[in-house]
Ligand binder design. Structure first.
Ligand SMILES: NC(=O)c1ccc[n+]([C@@H]2O[C@H](COP(=O)([O-])OP(=O)(O)OC[C@H]3O[C@@H](n4cnc5c(N)ncnc54)[C@H](O)[C@@H]3O)[C@@H](O)[C@H]2O)c1
Ligand SMILES: [Zn+2]
Ligand SMILES: [Zn+2]
Length: 333
């Protein structure tokens, strides 16, 4: 079968490899779509994602497909089911797993990171991380359930209530997801800051954004109860804290460079009683994400910018394709 293999750092090849076999607790899935995100850029360039990827490996931690085979112990899905996979596999035995925070697991492994993922015609996963998806959710949209779940995890770490005024900073795929999620969770006003006027405008026209700010020229007012930072740069992290009013919560969702720092006025943290909240991956969030897509409260189709074939993936990971906001790869028919 056809697989896009990361054979070494910064080097991928399409290869003909053996179809994987299932262990008793595993499922084999014929891939329909796989999504590409910043984690894949990092792994391609030899940097860690949520875990380290050691070549040769098939990436594709965001994916959707059809169950082709189940191991002898599998009861939650059957051959023919439409599914998606939560890539993260927690050990269940460490201090963090034992205290109900599996995302902080000391022994995290992941489909498409530490074991082969969806950038091949058929891949396997433990049945425990395989989720059925309803007919109303397309395979293309379903390949974004993993990143949606990261945003849902961030939302669950905040205390959200309708009176809040929220600001999202960062007009990429994740920022645009947060715009819709905040409304879906009942926040009465969502404002949006970025650097691409067309994207800001699209979200105002289509997804209920009230005010838009281009951070290259506009001043953001300091009156938000909730601020989501979805860029990961020190300057936007500082803007996020500055945009708060008293009692606010700031979600630091963007992934900064490992050695980067940002400055914060410590008196303001005290005087405004701020909450600065980090967010890492997506535990126990897939059912919420599937429900949001199935109900139409979340509409990802207009914000998927590219549909690729396997042979186009490396060019995207090398940054040769401009204007990519969200790319998904059509792997199977
Ligand atoms: N916490 C998690 O679990 C998690 C999961 C997924 C992604 N992320 C992170 O979230 C961030 C956003 O993800 P994405 O996929 O949308 O990335 P992206 O690179 O597609 O989007 C970043 C966006 O920020 C915008 N931007 C750049 N400079 C800006 C500025 N000065 N002001 C406002 N906007 C600016 C860009 O126009 C771009 O659209 C990334 O840092 C990513 O690594 C975190
Ligand atoms: Zn991802
Ligand atoms: Zn663990």
């Amino acid at each position: 079968m056809k697989a896009l293999v990361l054979i070494a750092t910064k080097h991928m090849e399409i290869e003909d490899i053996d179809q994987p076999t299932v262990k008793p607790n595993e499922v084999r899935i014929d891939t329909k779509y796989a999504g590409i995100c910043g984690t894949d850029h990092a792994l391609y360039n030899g940097l860690p994602g949520s875990a380290d990827a050691v070549p040769p490996i098939v990436l594709g931690h965001e994916n959707s497909g059809v169950v082709a085979e189940v191991g002898s112990e599998v009861t939650n899905v059957k051959v023919g089911d439409r599914v998606t996979v939560d890539p993260n596999i927690y050990c269940g035995q460490c201090f963090y797993c034992h205290t109900g925070r599996p995302e902080l697991c000391d022994n995290l492994s992941a489909v498409g990171v530490t074991r082969n993922g969806g950038l091949e015609q058929s891949f396997t996963a433990p049945a425990s991380v395989v989720y059925p998806i309803p007919e109303s959710v397309s395979f293309k949209d379903a390949a974004t359930i993993e990143p949606i779940s990261c945003a849902v995890h961030g939302m669950k770490l905040l205390k959200i209530t309708p009176y809040q005024k929220a600001l999202v900073i960062g007009d990429g795929f994740m920022g645009q997801l947060f715009v819709q999620l905040l409304s879906a969770y009942g926040v009465h006003q969502v404002d949006f800051a970025g650097i691409i006027d067309e994207k800001l405008q699209l979200n105002k026209e289509k997804f209920g954004v009230t005010n838009i700010y281009n951070t290259t020229r506009d001043k953001i007012p300091s009156d938000y109860d909730v601020v989501i930072e979805a860029v990961g740069l020190p300057q936007t992290q500082e803007q996020a804290v500055e945009a708060t009013r008293k009692g606010a919560q700031v979600l630091m969702f963007g992934v900064g460079k490992p050695d980067a720092h940002f400055q914060m006025n410590t008196y303001e943290v005290y005087q405004k009683q701020l909450t600065i909240q980090g967010s890492f991956i997506n535990p126990n969030a897939f059912e919420d994400s599937i429900a949001l897509l199935a109900s139409g409260k979340l509409n990802v189709d207009p914000i998927i910018s590219h549909v690729l074939t396997l042979d186009q993936v490396e060019g995207v990971l090398q940054g040769k394709v401009k204007g990519v906001s969200k790319a998904v790869v059509k792997v199977g028919d």
